[in-house]
Design a protein around this ligand. Structure first.
Ligand code: NAP
Length: 298
């Protein structure tokens, strides 16, 4: 079996076209344009690329973007001042602080300060809490991107056994909440999965991954998931982005796993473009929440 490719770029393009129409309607109705303020601290080249991609994506759908660049020796208190200023600025709909931050900065102090109504990454404890109670105001971008690609390819996870490798606050943990939830804004096929979360202390990982109808890798280790870890016919979603001498690779050993799985996301061109797209969706949601226009739970 050669797996069907789940094309994240094409899916992202389709969703961005929909977002562009919604942004235009919002701008017509309110006379304001949703605006994303991105904060980039230091010179990390990968972070600079991510921020540039986000700015470009904003332009494509009619969202304004601001870039606030700070030196690598910025202090927590300087960053706190900037976040406070952005919180208070009515022209700013969403605030994104690009991670990782330099070591001298207290990440949590900064992220916890972002106004939950402008928290387009959905990292604030208020938004994490709302998500865990099944009433999110923002969905975290990468987990939402994973659900979207499954949705757009008519893949159901309901009643299926899902295994997520990775338990980070950004990917694994919120994705487990969404996949195992009772409801989804994407319909009954994109929830009610029986979810197992694995991590670096999980013994005999292959014995668990081989049970997965849907296997998600969010580890950060190149080509870690090999074909013998995958159940024949499984849907495999590769969240990993690893820079190697051979270029960008995922957490999944793509070619051999492709021969075992039924569906698979590539790297690059899989979950990455969807993550950026869901950030656009959240920026529009933030603008709606602030204007109280057409607000519906995601
Ligand atoms: P992270 O915070 O480093 O978390 C990695 C997780 O993988 C941890 O829970 C860790 O376990 C687990 N892990 C590490 N080695 C393992 C092993 N040998 N066996 C089983 N589990 C293991 O990383 P992250 O932020 O979730 O990101 C994961 C990957 O996704 C990275 O490659 C990142 O670049 C990528 N990413 C991609 C996107 C996208 O848009 N496509 C977005 C975000 C992240 P412990 O908890 O025990 O340490």
């Amino acid at each position: 079996m050669t797996a069907t490719l789940l094309d994240g770029r094409a899916t992202a393009q389709q969703i961005q076209t929909e977002i562009k129409d919604k942004v235009a309607a919002f701008t017509d109705a309110t006379g304001t344009t949703p605006t994303l303020a991105a904060v980039l601290v230091g010179e990390d080249p990968a972070s600079a690329v991510y921020v540039r991609n986000k700015e470009r994506a904003c332009r494509k759908v009619g969202i304004n973007s601001q870039l606030h660049r700070l030196n690598s020796d910025t202090t927590t208190s300087q960053l706190v001042d900037l976040v406070q200023q952005l919180n208070e600025d009515p022209a700013v709909s969403g605030i994104l602080v690009q991670l990782p931050l330099p070591g001298q900065i207290d990440d949590l102090q900064v992220l916890d300060l972002i106004d939950p109504i402008k928290d387009v990454d959905a990292f604030h404890p208020t938004n994490v809490g709302l998500l865990s109670q099944g009433r999110p105001q923002f969905l975290p971008c990468t987990p939402h991107g994973v659900l979207q690609v499954l949705h757009r390819y008519d893949i159901s996870i309901s009643g299926k056994t899902s295994v997520i490798i990775g338990r980070s606050d950004i990917v694994g943990k919120p994705l487990a909440m969404l996949m195992g939830a009772k409801d989804s804004h994407l319909g009954p096929d994109l929830c009610n999965s029986t979810v197992t979360v694995c991590h670096s202390r999980t013994p005999d990982l292959p014995s668990i991954t081989k049970q997965a109808d849907v296997l998600v890798a969010a580890i950060g280790r190149p080509k870690y998931v090999t074909a013998d870890m995958v159940k024949p016919g499984a849907v495999v979603v590769d969240v990993g982005i690893n820079r190697t001498d051979d270029g960008l690779v995922g957490d999944v050993d793509f070619e051999p796993v492709r021969e075992v799985a039924s569906h698979i996301t590539p790297v690059p061109g899989g979950v990455g473009p969807l993550t950026v797209t869901m950030l656009l969706e959240n920026t529009l949601t933030a603008a709606r929440l602030q204007k109280q226009v057409g607000v519906a739970s995601p």
